[in-house]
Design a protein around this ligand. Structure first.
Ligand SMILES: [Zn+2]
Ligand SMILES: [Zn+2]
Length: 213
């Protein structure tokens, strides 16, 4: 399951904006003019839900929650982050596989840690340990590495489960500039462009966003 999830998240396209995609705007009200530059900055809170976003690098409109990935050099639908471990962007179409990859990696590393725990303890006892020096070194290293990965992946898994339950993504919480991810600040670009950071608009549950409500 771990290998299957890993290969799927690596090989699945994270989500490309369909060619010539255009946002549906309210023609009757005529409030959103796609050629009007000021609308691109999303400075009018009242229009926030109809805010037009445009990627100057790809030269195309951006659907909601879509972000431009500088590593992939293209816009990615509901982009979460670019993951170096899976050599791919994590976005709308492979997020589930990424989450399963985290889950199965956690299970696998925990299993190995538990299986090697008694062997690891033996290093600190007086009893004679059978096996060659190479076997002992491998056992010791395997235990330490698997424990380290189990703990870090567990933290990452908890973070992503809470992001999913809040219907948000890493980018929508931490900002688009990775240099700012681990410091308590946002880039000027994010503050200007990300509606959620202005506190007036948040990702919404489609069930409650539909016209029936
Ligand atoms: Zn783009
Ligand atoms: Zn990417």
């Amino acid at each position: 399951m771990l290998l299957w999830s890993y290969l799927t998240v690596v090989l699945t396209d994270s989500g490309t904006v369909p060619p010539n995609w255009k946002p549906a705007w309210d023609e009757e009200r005529g409030e959103v003019d796609p050629l009007n530059e000021s609308e691109f900055d999303g400075l009018q809170p009242a229009l926030s839900s109809r805010r037009i976003r445009y990627c100057r690098k790809c030269n195309q409109f951006k659907p909601p929650r879509c972000h431009h990935c500088s590593v992939c050099g293209r816009c990615v639908l509901k982009m979460d982050h670019h993951c170096v471990w899976v050599v791919n962007c994590v976005g709308a179409l492979n997020y589930k596989y990424f989450l399963l990859f985290l889950f199965y990696t956690f299970l696998e590393t925990s299993l190995v840690t538990l299986a090697l725990f008694s062997h690891f303890l033996a290093f600190f006892s007086d009893e004679e340990i059978p096996g060659t020096a190479a076997t002992l070194a491998t056992t010791f290293l395997s235990f330490v590495l698997n424990l380290a990965f189990a703990l870090s992946v567990f933290g990452f898994l908890i973070m992503h489960v809470s992001l999913v339950s809040a219907n948000t993504t890493t980018i929508e919480v931490f900002g688009t500039d990775k240099r700012y991810w681990f410091i308590p600040a946002y880039s000027d670009e994010d503050l200007r462009r990300m509606a959620a950071l202005q506190g007036l608009e948040f990702p919404s549950n489609p069930d409650f966003d539909s016209e029936e409500f």
